[in-house]
Write a protein that binds this ligand. Structure first.
Ligand code: OAD
Length: 252
């Protein structure tokens, strides 16, 4: 079987499954032009997380951190979902129970039409006040463009991005939903994640423990590749459309 081929077992299990869960990481958005974190040229090679992605760095220099997230937000807004994102939205449409768990904050799954999306690390399009938690308005965010810190119009607290930073808890409801989907899934796909950041990285293995057939789709083997049932080596924007088409063909 060529490396980027998938097995008949995976296709028939996906076609038969009533509950499917998927975990995505930065790799699924790579073909949209969004840099990953750990690949060569990735975000954590250009910027130090300890200087940007935690509450202490933010309080020390809100203008720098708000500016960095504004930059990432504009990159995400200018890019488009790729065939991998669209294929997952198509899969959701033909499966009774489908949960898409993502570590990505780029909003591309929702833009591609996926509906049941669990955002483990938040969403970069959201911004809120660190003091009163009010969602920020466009007007409040405008300060960043002129080099001022964005502050809440109600209580003047700093406005932060709605993403999870190092040292912070993941949103409890999202984690619960992700674990439940993993425990219930008959098939689980782990796509474009290096699987080194927990608790997300443990979710495919939880699915496996509970009986799911687990397949990984990645351009290289991830930290959990040895523990899954099948590894498909290839870009998700190429593999997923072919895989989902094969599933649709079998269902017809
Ligand atoms: P990483 O940058 O750690 O891993 C990206 C993965 O995508 C790697 O395993 C690549 O081999 C793979 N990849 C690259 N291009 C691909 C493609 N076209 N198709 C398929 N796979 C491809 O990103 P994540 O695993 O998402 O957390 O990182 C997890 C978390 O670490 C992020 O959510 C972020 C970061 O710190 C927070 O910011 C809280």
């Amino acid at each position: 079987m060529p490396e980027s081929a998938f097995s008949d077992t995976l296709v028939s299990r996906l076609a038969r499954a009533r509950r499917i869960a998927v975990l995505t990481g930065a790799g699924i958005s790579a073909e949209s032009g969004i840099p990953t974190f750990r690949d060569p040229g990735g975000l954590w090679q250009q910027f130090k997380p300890e200087e940007l992605a935690n509450i202490r760095a933010f309080l020390r220099n809100p203008v720098l951190v708000q500016g960095w997230y504004t930059h990432r937000r504009s990159i995400a807004a200018e890019t488009q979902p790729n065939p991998g994102h669209y294929a997952l939205a198509k899969l959701e449409a033909i499966v009774p129970g489908f949960t898409l768990i993502t570590q990505n904050v780029d909003n591309l799954h929702l833009r591609a039409g996926s509906r049941n999306v669990v955002e483990l690390h938040g969403n970069i399009t959201h911004n809120y006040c660190i003091d009163c938690q009010k969602e920020a308005t466009e007007e409040e965010m405008h300060a960043i463009a002129v080099g001022e810190p964005a502050r809440c119009g109600d209580c003047s607290g700093y406005i932060r991005p709605g993403v999870v930073w190092f040292g912070e808890m993941l949103p409890e409801e999202a984690v619960d939903e992700a674990y439940e989907a993993a425990r219930d899934a008959e098939v689980f796909l782990s796509i474009g994640t290096s699987a080194v950041v927990y608790p997300a990285a443990g979710i495919p293995l939880l699915a496996k423990e509970h009986g799911a057939y687990v397949a990984e789709i990645n351009t290289e083997r991830s930290a959990i590749a040895d523990e899954v049932d099948e590894v498909i080596l290839g870009p998700s924007g190429d593999v997923l459309p072919r895989l989902i088409e094969a599933v649709r063909a079998l269902k017809r």
